[in-house]
Design a protein around this ligand. Structure first.
Ligand code: GDP
Ligand code: MG
Length: 177
């Protein structure tokens, strides 16, 4: 019955990674609280937020970790990655240098967590159409080469934000069952 199903608890740790100011904290704020901070400081990051998602009728808790800005100093610790089963690797489509960092973030992820961590490559700030420096094709090609899922999002206008988090949770669940 439904009570038994409720008792079956899924808790997935998912980490947000990527260069400073790509929009990690705002993606989480938009997803968890439907909020956006136009001039956010790195200090808005909390350690993690837990969100309930429904996948195939199962209630799944996603524990989503955000940095407190330590990525600026390339000082994300192994504790941050420990136990992660999913990751959103975020770059900013209006700053190519943040896309150039993706390989370094992948190395770091694979050094500190399981090689099989489900990863979605996220090109954020898709609303900044006139400032675009990374094409969707470029993002898609890299994702395919690295075995990642791919999505462009905007924390500002909300597009694809829930879809990005749902994708990672759904794919993790798919591996488990
Ligand atoms: P983080 O350092 O990766 O956590 O980045 P933040 O979430 O703090 O965002 C950095 C800056 O980018 C802030 O000024 C945000 O308002 C802005 N920002 C975040 N997401 C978007 C987006 O989707 N579109 C636009 N135009 N700005 C964004
Ligand atoms: Mg942040």
């Amino acid at each position: 019955n439904s009570e038994d199903e409720q008792a079956e608890d899924y808790l997935f740790k998912i980490v947000l990674i990527g260069d400073s100011a790509v929009g990690k904290s705002n993606l989480l704020a938009r997803f968890a609280r439907d909020e956006f901070y136009p001039n956010s400081k790195s200090t808005i990051g909390v350690e993690f937020q837990t969100q309930k998602l429904n996948i195939d009728g199962k209630e799944i808790k996603a524990q989503i970790w955000d940095t407190a800005g330590q990525e600026r100093f390339r000082a994300v610790t192994s504790a941050y990655y420990r136990g992660a089963v999913g990751a959103l690797l975020v770059y900013d489509i209006s700053r190519h240098q943040t896309f150039d960092s993706v390989g370094r973030w992948l190395n770091e992820l694979h050094t500190h967590s399981d090689m099989n961590v489900i990863t979605v490559l996220v090109g954020n700030k898709s609303d900044l159409k006139d400032a675009r420096e990374v094409s969707p094709a470029e993002g898609k090609t890299l994702a395919e080469a690295q075995g990642l899922f791919f999505m462009e999002t905007s924390a500002l206008d909300s597009s694809n934000v829930a879809a990005a988090f749902q994708t990672v949770v759904k794919e993790i669940y798919g591996v488990l069952k």
